[in-house]
Design a protein around this ligand. Structure first.
Ligand SMILES: Cc1cc2nc3c(=O)[nH]c(=O)nc-3n(C[C@H](O)[C@H](O)[C@H](O)COP(=O)(O)OP(=O)(O)OC[C@H]3O[C@@H](n4cnc5c(N)ncnc54)[C@H](O)[C@@H]3O)c2cc1C
Length: 176
């Protein structure tokens, strides 16, 4: 499906209620739905996402590195809020994109399911897949494994491998 949209930069005149479009600054972009394969291809070539999880009615979004493999996003962390929330509610949403300009970008949204890959005999194969994917970029380990001190409590450095199964994916592409 193809649709033409006008992307308006909103002109702020002091208050929110005074937002109005400025015709002279309008730019036109075509927004097109991407196929499932094109959306998965974006996941395969990009590695930074926004991962959203929820506790009750409260959403929580964090930037995260991942590696895509066979319909799943693999990542690594230490135990903190997002891991605790995803353990309690495995339904998550992931956004990834490539932005060239306001008129030229691709963006995908995944509705997915969190699965932890614990250090147990039955998960050794999946953990090896995750390790091999993630170790290709050594620096990715740093944000997930940084020693964190919050509220005077040092976070234990317990490594957690996990994957997000892609349940549903949509992609949009904007072109000038
Ligand atoms: C480019 C980039 C890539 C990253 N890649 C990874 C990765 O692959 N794996 C990984 O585990 N982490 C990664 N991080 C760090 C990640 O965004 C989280 O900060 C980190 O995982 C801690 O999340 P948590 O829920 O365990 O936080 P906790 O330490 O439990 O969070 C406590 C509170 O700190 C605040 N907080 C947490 N994270 C952030 C944040 N990023 N910005 C602002 N406030 C925050 C929130 O208010 C939260 O409620 C990355 C960060 C960046 C910027």
């Amino acid at each position: 499906m193809l649709s033409a949209v006008v992307l308006w930069p909103w002109h702020l005149n002091g208050t929110e209620s005074s937002k109005r479009p400025v015709a002279t600054q309008g730019v036109v972009a075509m927004i097109q739905e991407m196929t499932r394969q094109a959306s998965l291809d974006l996941l395969a070539r990009t590695h930074l996402c926004r991962l959203a999880c929820a506790q009750g009615s409260q959403p929580y979004v964090v930037p995260c590195y991942f590696a895509y493999h066979k319909n799943s996003l693999y990542s690594f962390s230490t135990v903190g809020q997002k891991i605790e929330w995803m353990r309690a509610n495995p339904l998550v949403c992931v956004e990834a994109d490539e932005v060239v300009s306001p008129q030229e970008w691709v963006s995908v949204i995944v509705f997915g399911r969190y699965e932890e890959l614990p250090d147990t005999p039955e998960y050794q194969c999946e953990r090896a897949v995750a390790y091999n994917l993630l170790q290709k970029e050594a620096t990715w380990w740093e944000p997930g494994y940084l020693k964190t001190i919050l509220h005077d409590t040092e976070r234990p450095l317990v490594p957690v491998f996990y994957r997000i199964h892609v349940v549903q994916i949509t992609g949009h592409r904007a072109t000038p």
